[in-house]
Design a binder for this molecule. Structure first.
Ligand code: FES
Length: 111
């Protein structure tokens, strides 16, 4: 079980968009969809593009480089459900978005 780390303010993540944040050396893609905030690995396993910069439709983000598609609810690769990337619990404390990750807190956020 990891620790919850504050990664950004809720107002920094507009509805329907993604944002890259980091916890230690781990890059995480946050998405806000229908008021819910979800977190998966930001680095696309194909060639390393940022998934936070992909196209979000419903619960699927499509990588902007070559179109691999991932469910933001659990990190499942939509075209091959046997493969998953990491997904992370999220909570909101006041205005802070916090993500539960097994890593040291980073000193700066990207995005
Ligand atoms: S880098 Fe994401 S699909 Fe190629």
């Amino acid at each position: 079980m990891g620790l919850f780390h504050t990664v950004c303010k809720i107002q920094d993540l507009p509805e329907g968009e993604g944002k890259t944040v980091c916890v230690g050396t781990k890059l995480i893609a946050l998405f806000r969809r229908d008021g819910e905030i979800l977190a998966i690995d930001d680095v696309c396993p194909h060639m390393g593009a940022s998934l936070a910069g992909g196209c979000l439709q419903n619960d699927i983000v499509t990588c902007s480089w070559h179109g691999w598609r991932f469910r933001i609810t659990d990190g499942t690769w939509a075209d091959n459900p046997r493969i998953k990337i990491g997904s992370y619990p999220v909570r909101v404390e006041g205005e802070d978005i916090q993500v539960e990750v097994d890593a040291q807190p980073g000193s700066a956020n990207r995005g």
